[in-house]
Design a binder for this molecule. Structure first.
Ligand code: ARG
Length: 703
């Protein structure tokens, strides 16, 4: 017996499953047998007494889970951090444990109220004393970890628990002597698994299977080479034995009904301090401010979800709720993250939601110079579609050429800062690029409640639009097309060949003819099929009038390509009277600029097709400049390309028969996007009809 090692236990005099605070307790209320529990507890007690000294704390009525002394607190040397239970059902245990620690002369630290931490259930010392592993996600709050580091003067490594069956760190994680680690990897998020793998070399990691995990094999008491647990598979026993451990199984099934086993029933109260280790924690906090219809628009929920889903934690420092229907709310939220990387991920998502640093907190963004043309410094800030401002010399500077997936380059024009969105490939040596997340904000319009409700009603809400919804959207799009045209605005259309196959060609032609389209973007195919249809009456060899394949029709599109190549360009073919109708014809006739971007699968291509994709992207971006509205007609490739180049504020209408495409494009988190899942030919025909109605007074009377 190593008499220097001591454990604290609490006899199960009052043990029972009285309530449900973890998934193991569900269905087990009053289902455990007190006699069997006593017998199992006694056995564990004797096993441990052979290895160490066991102290006892007086059991108390009314707090049945007090048997789980692992949750009394966390001990290191002469210092204890007392638990603050998450569930009120267990908070009654706190004074009894506190009393016990004080009577033994420990220095007891207590966390601020409302900051839960469940002791050695959620914090496990590396058995070599090098650092402390601390869990969070269910019972203990990430914000408690910096306190542990400070009070215990030790490095704290935060691990996020993901599976509610393994709600305490000690249910799925057990550091063993010799630097070994027994654990169940799926209980943790990927960031935590990476951290574990960085600290524990592969040959020291003993990952267990789910079957062992649910028998609480990780909930083991380790004393030198002895490992005491409820139950282990033969395989696990063999693995541990081979590494020099002696496994002692002692059944604790009655305690499993409450979600605990060997380790939970004990608290090691002698943990030697290693003089050379000192406090450190990668846990970071920062405060952000949000404003707007935080509750009505669900903005605050989205922000708090983003924090938690990414492995962070939050505290709402203050919330001022707008009192009138139209007044906005504001909130200050303290965000905590287990590391700098996680913090950056969280904050960049919050920036997208319109969060800003607290006023005056940041005076300058962080910048790093470009050393290699076309390559940004690591950790560059990736831009979004939202208008963005960056803090330079204590002032907010608006970023120009806003688009997503770029970097922000800052230059000085006779002393005054200029910030610009640039594609990586356009970065030049010597330019300064913004890195990190400091001093960046995006401006989100606060729509009024009324506006928002209207938009919610007619737009988005994802998924398949019902037929009535299609009609409603068509009405609205028609109305807006009219407005844009009458105000001399700009509508850009991206279109795929499906527009032609579904018979939409004539309607699109009409839109162009009537001045509703100011630029057309697409690929080789839309032009080829449009020209095929107008020169030969077929689309990919299918007779468009009769809907049947034409003899030899599969070569039609190649013949068409050949003809256009002979004339040198689509425009020249129009001039020569070879091409006399259709979408491309109308573009040429009405001076509507178009850009056809090439791809690997293009036949021909047409002489007009731009096969240099960098040039095509540049031309797309040029034609998109100043657009008020973009109609995306059944072309995933070109529509997504266009979506990436377009800043928020431009209305996008995406029509596709495939809901996935529509969702991808309309779900830009902006109210300006409309998704319509329908046949594009049908959509265009309805649109043209509706525009006719708007134009002809007689029709208006008739409806
Ligand atoms: N019923 C107890 C609870 O849910 C079980 C505690 C188990 N203790 C532990 N260290 N895992 O809090």
């Amino acid at each position: 017996m190593s008499s220097s090692i001591r454990f604290l236990m609490c006899a199960p005099d009052h043990y029972d499953v009285d309530y449900v605070i973890n998934p193991w307790m569900e269905g087990n209320i009053h289902k455990s047998s007190r006699d069997r529990a006593v017998e199992q507890w006694q056995k564990l007690f004797h096993v441990l007494k052979e290895q160490a000294v066991v102290d006892l704390v007086q059991p108390q009525p009314g707090v049945p889970d007090m048997v789980f002394t692992a949750n009394a607190g966390l001990v290191l040397g002469e210092t204890v951090v007392l638990s603050r239970f998450f569930h009120k059902e267990r908070q009654g245990e706190e004074p009894f444990f506190k009393q016990w620690f004080e009577s033994k002369g420990y220095t007891v630290h207590e966390l601020p109220k409302d900051l839960p931490f469940e002791g050695a259930g959620d914090a496990l010392l590396d058995r070599e004393g090098r650092w402390l592993w601390a869990g969070y996600g269910f019972r203990s709050e990430l914000d408690s970890h910096p306190y542990l580091a400070k009070w215990l003067d030790i490095e704290v490594l935060s691990l996020r628990l993901m599976d509610e069956r393994f709600y305490h760190l000690d249910t799925c994680f057990c550091p063993l002597s010799g630097g070994y680690l027994l654990y169940y990897p799926p209980a943790f998020d990927s960031y935590s698994n990476r951290l574990i793998e960085m600290r524990v070399p592969a040959e020291k990691r003993i990952a267990i299977k789910e079957a062992d995990a649910v028998n609480f094999a990780c909930n083991a008491v380790n004393i030198d080479s002895v490992v005491v647990m409820n139950k282990a598979s033969d395989d696990l026993k063999a693995r541990l034995t081979k590494l020099g451990f002696r496994v002692i199984e002692t059944p604790l099934t009655e305690f499993l009904k409450a979600g605990g086993a060997a380790k939970c029933l004990t608290l090691r109260v002698t943990e030697p301090v290693r003089e050379e280790v000192h406090a450190s924690t990668p846990v970071e906090s920062r405060a952000v401010r949000m404003e707007g219809h935080l509750l009505d628009s669900g903005l605050i929920n989205r922000a708090l979800d983003a924090i938690v889903e990414n492995g962070g934690s939050f505290q709402v420092l203050n919330f001022s709720l707008g009192e009138q229907r139209q007044s906005t709310s504001s909130a200050e939220v303290k965000v905590t993250a287990p590391s700098r990387d996680v913090m950056e991920e969280i904050i960049s998502q919050l920036i997208d939601l319109g969060a800003v640093p607290r006023p005056q907190e940041v005076c300058d963004v962080n910048m790093e110079p470009v050393h290699q043309a076309g390559v940004a410094p690591d950790d560059f800030y990736v831009t979004t579609i939202y208008p963005t401002e960056v803090r330079v010399n204590c002032e907010w500077v608006k970023v120009q050429n806003q688009r997503m997936d770029g970097a922000i380059a800052v230059t000085f024009n006779s002393g005054s800062p200029v910030a610009r969105c640039k594609l990586l490939r356009d970065l030049e040596v010597g330019e300064h690029v913004i890195v990190g997340i400091e001093g960046i904000r995006t401006i989100r319009k606060t729509e009024s409640r009324e506006q928002r409700n209207k938009q919610e009603f007619s737009f988005m809400s994802a998924g398949v639009s019902s037929e009535r919804r299609v009609e409603l959207v068509v009405e609205q799009v028609a109305w807006e097309l009219r407005q844009v045209r009458d105000q001399g605005g700009k509508v850009v259309v991206t279109a795929g060949p499906v527009v032609i196959h579904t018979g939409g060609g004539e309607h699109l032609s009409q839109l162009i003819r009537q001045g509703y389209v100011q630029a057309l973007l697409g690929g080789n195919a839309i032009a080829v099929h449009d020209i095929e249809q107008n020169m030969m009456g077929t689309s990919l060899g299918v007779d468009m009038k009769r809907g049947v394949a034409v003899q030899g029709g599969h070569r039609h599109h190649l013949k068409v390509i050949n003809t256009i190549r002979r004339y040198g360009s689509i425009a020249k073919a129009v001039e020569q009277g070879v091409l006399q109708s259709g979408v491309m014809y109308e573009c040429v006739r009405n001076n509507v600029p178009f850009c056809l971007a090439g791809s690997i699968r293009d036949d021909g291509p047409l002489p007009d097709t731009e096969m240099d994709l960098i040039k095509a992207q540049t031309e797309y971006a040029r034609l998109l400049q100043g657009a008020d509205m973009i109609l995306m007609l059944s072309s995933m490739l070109h529509s997504i390309g266009v979506g990436n180049m377009t800043a928020a504020g431009v209305k996008m209408v995406c029509v596709d028969i495939n809901p996935a495409v529509v969702t991808k494009l309309s779900d830009r988190g902006s109210v300006e996007s409309v998704g319509v899942v329908t046949d594009v030919g049908l959509f265009l025909s309805l649109l043209v009809q509706q525009l006719d109605k708007l134009t002809s007074p007689y029709h208006l009377v008739q409806v």
